[in-house]
Write a protein that binds this ligand. Structure first.
Ligand code: ZN
Length: 71
């Protein structure tokens, strides 16, 4: 969808650095890039704001606050 560069012959480039993908670390080129992406993903997930507007059925007015998630 957001391919900045055309895919390399035989595989997609590493989404982190753009180098040719290595099968062992796919879709990345190395364990370093895979780890980097994981960190990005985790930090990004933490940064996602919680949506308080739950458009469900609209049957229940929010009389009582929902209990927080228990990790
Ligand atoms: Zn890479």
């Amino acid at each position: 969808m957001s391919a900045a560069a055309p895919p390399a012959a035989g595989g997609k480039p590493c989404p982190i650095c753009g180098k040719p993908m290595v099968e062992k670390y796919r879709p990345f080129c190395s364990a370093r890039c895979a780890d980097l992406d994981l960190h990005r993903w985790l930090t990004g997930a933490y940064a996602i704001p919680v949506t308080e507007n739950d458009d469900e059925d609209g049957e229940e007015p929010s009389l009582a606050p929902k209990p927080p998630r228990e990790d």
